[in-house]
Design a protein around this ligand. Structure first.
Ligand code: C5P
Length: 294
């Protein structure tokens, strides 16, 4: 039977790695209100997963520890389904088509937490559908489609170390960033990105240091996340997280994106795992994850 043939078709699996802003400088603001950034971004083994199979109609199912926080019945207002629909429209404009698919999202990352989440899922959906449908789209067209889904989606399409400028759409790959051993920590309180930007006092901060002239250790020491002070005002727990990651021996502790997730950089994966275990005993209600960058 055709239905069985279709449902037996191969599954396409795509990782949606967490996005970590190792440094994020706000350097200005556009006329439309969006903020100009310079950010050093990397991605981790920790992340969500997208799975795609052929189906009779389009569906989205969600599982995973943070799956309950996402609704699937909101009329398509979900970054995964939006990515699917916009890609299909873009393909139609070039005479290609995308057949109906059942998409499954395994939501392992906390929602609205500064580490990509929805943007990573949208980008992974685009990558997975291109493979699943065996179609191609010009890279520039794909990047601009990604940007319509969110400022962080173009960088999540890359999912490798990079420096992003503009509102995130000007991407310069970074080839020599070493593997970092991180602990991600979040108090499981979502923060709304627009609220953090609205509280930002200074919108014209210094640019990122020039990484060609200094090593990455100095680069990280001399950079910051300009969104950290306004986020900490809104959510004082961020200060507590920073202090606790430092106490566990992290060489560098900083917030990612607009928060509230903070990361600690450890000297080895073993040290990161020990810190995760220790913090889990002290704060059982937090999201805590030792991971490596990819
Ligand atoms: O594009 P995205 O959905 O990720 O952005 C969410 C909100 O965050 C925007 O509507 C805007 O208020 C704010 N934002 C900003 N400058 C950026 C990115 C986001 O002001 N570069």
């Amino acid at each position: 039977m055709r239905v069985h043939e279709v449902s037996g078709a191969a599954e396409t699996i795509e990782a949606a790695p967490a996005k970590i802003n190792l440094a994020l400088h706000v350097t200005g603001q556009r006329a439309d209100g969006y903020h100009l950034l310079e950010t050093l971004v990397t991605f981790t083994e920790a992340g969500d997963t997208i799975r795609i199979r052929d189906a009779d109609t389009d569906t989205l199912s969600i599982s995973g520890p943070f799956g309950d926080l996402l609704r699937t019945d909101d009329g398509g207002d979900n970054l995964v389904t939006r990515a699917r629909d916009r890609l299909r429209d873009a393909l139609a404009a070039t005479g290609q088509s995308g057949r109906p698919v059942a998409i499954h999202l395994e939501k392992n990352l906390p929602v609205a937490s500064g580490i990509g989440g929805g943007s990573a899922d949208a980008a992974a959906t685009l990558r997975a559908l291109l493979r699943h449908w065996q179609v191609t789209i010009e890279p520039e067209r794909l990047a601009s489609l990604a940007l319509t889904l969110g400022a962080d989606v173009p960088m999540c399409l890359e999912s490798r170390p990079l420096i992003a400028r503009g509102i995130g759409e000007e991407i310069e790959p970074v080839s020599d960033l070493p593997c970092l051993f991180l602990v991600l920590a979040n108090p499981l309180k979502a923060v709304a990105t627009p609220d953090i930007f609205r509280r930002l006092q200074n919108k014209t901060n210094p640019r990122l240091p020039a990484h060609a002239t200094i090593g990455w250790v100095d680069f990280l020491a001399q950079s910051r996340n300009d969104l950290q002070p306004p986020a900490q005002t809104l959510l004082p727990e961020i200060g507590e997280i920073i202090g606790m990651l430092s106490q566990e021996g992290a060489a560098l502790v900083r917030m990612s994106g607009s928060g509230a997730t903070c990361f600690g950089v450890f000297h080895s994966f073993d040290a990161a795992c020990k810190a995760e275990t220790s913090l889990r005993k002290k704060r059982p209600g937090w999201y805590l994850q030792a991971t490596r960058t990819i």
